[in-house]
Design a protein around this ligand. Structure first.
Ligand SMILES: Cc1ncc(COP(=O)(O)O)c(C=O)c1O
Length: 403
């Protein structure tokens, strides 16, 4: 039986999930908020723990009815679009840069609509040009929301992403730097626009914390670790998943159907898991940064691969590579023959507008991801590097379909 390196591994482990069942501390949510507040250097009163990252965005949008339009990058997670459409907003997209996969300030300046909400997404943990974008927002009376779902700990000039905008959101879902199975947070850096409104929307739409839900999230964290075991993953989970959902599970199709991600509350049990993972934050960040540096150092000379420009302050949740001059699915299967799963993140552009957003289109078509979690050993990183060099050379050989 072969062991496969999976695309994702959760930073919370099986025993962490078990520990979170012990009902201590009873005020875990308060403690987790305080830790986040201290880490980001903001007042804990300004932080709300919430059911998911998409819910955080949805509530922020929904409680600003006089802002009609949300402007966002044309390449990002489809859920950012879902949250805006669900809140009844008009959505405008702005193309991204091939250097950092983030919204281009000069293009924003051209497409901005007065009195709207601008979202920057710090894609994969690479910082946006937030200072420039904030200036543009101020000039046009727009609010800036920093989506740092994928960028926990990322900094711009020594200042943390999430502390620049009027508001910011976090996600604690499985692939994130701090994972508690599900969950998210809202930072209200400038509470005024949401004053008296956000609370009302949340009270009307969010379910109370329930024990069954809490146990379900804890169970997810436990089982996720089992499923991500190389042997289970490569021989059972991945083949079944691909057979059932196809390669491109997320087709980038928007939905406004509300599910439990939009109504669940964040539970004490999840916060306890958050406290446990947070205690390892420094080592998680250092490890992810060191793996990213190795990939860049060892692989960026390969012509068929495209790499983002990473600034010193980037903390990546995923490591993106672009496959140039080749169908990425073929590249994917050649890597899978070497037992490495490189798929599949946001294989779409948000706007489907090749003419106006060519970079988003290109990235969506050509992107794959190298594994980057603390759960991957040095030997596995060496193996990934060696294998990717071989896979990139084998561009002329047709892949053998495995499933
Ligand atoms: C940029 C971005 N924003 C928002 C979200 C939504 O977060 P969640 O899955 O916690 O709802 C994601 C999810 O991965 C994301 O990548």
């Amino acid at each position: 039986m072969q062991s496969t390196i999976p695309r994702l591994k959760m930073e919370a482990g099986f025993f962490d999930a078990l520990r979170s069942l012990i009902p201590f501390p009873s005020n875990a949510k308060q403690k987790f908020r305080k830790l986040l507040a201290d880490y980001f250097g903001i007042d804990d009163e300004k932080i709300l723990l919430i059911g998911s990252g998409r819910q955080a965005l949805y509530f922020l949008f929904k409680s600003l009815p006089d802002y009609e339009t949300v402007i966002m990058p044309a390449f990002t997670c489809r859920l950012v679009g879902d949250a805006a459409y669900m809140a009844g907003k008009k959505v405008k997209f702005v193309d991204v840069s091939l250097d950092d996969y983030n919204l281009v300030p000069e293009l924003l300046e051209k497409r901005i609509v007065k009195h709207s909400i601008v979202v920057v997404t710090n894609q994969f943990g690479i910082p946006s040009q937030t200072r420039e974008i904030k200036r543009i927002c101020e000039k046009h009376d727009c609010l800036l929301i920093e989506d740092m779902a994928e960028a926990f700990g990322t900094e711009i000039g020594g200042k943390k992403v999430g502390t620049f905008g009027d508001a910011a959101i976090l996600s604690f879902s499985v692939s994130k730097t701090i994972s508690t199975a599900r969950g998210g947070a809202i930072f209200l850096n400038n509470p005024k626009p949401w004053s008296g409104k956000l609370e009302k929307v949340i009270n009307a739409e969010m379910n109370p914390e329930g024990l069954v839900r809490a146990l379900k999230h804890c169970f997810t964290a436990g089982t996720y670790n089992f499923f991500a075991n190389g042997i289970v993953y490569g021989n059972i989970i991945l083949p079944l998943w691909i057979r059932r959902h196809g390669l491109y599970t997320d087709k980038g199709i928007y939905t406004t159907k509300k599910n439990s991600f939009y109504t669940d509350n964040y539970t004490q049990m999840q916060a306890r898991l958050g406290l446990i993972v947070f205690s390892r934050l420094d080592s998680i960040i250092k490890r992810r940064q060191s793996i990213a540096k190795r990939y860049i150092r060892e692989l960026s000379g390969i012509k068929t691969l495209g790499f983002p420009k990473l600034s010193e302050g980037s903390v990546l949740s995923r490591f993106p590579i672009l496959i140039r001059n080749e169908n990425k699915t073929e590249f994917y299967f050649r890597a899978l023959q070497k037992n490495i799963d490189l798929g599949f993140t946001f294989s779409y552009s948000m706007s489907r507008d090749k003419k106006n957003d060519p970079n988003a289109e290109f990235i969506g078509q050509q992107i794959l991801n190298l594994p980057i979690t603390t759960k991957i050993s040095d030997a596995e990183v060496d193996y990934v590097i060696k294998s990717i060099k071989e896979v990139a050379k084998g561009a002329d050989k047709p892949p053998q379909l495995l499933f």
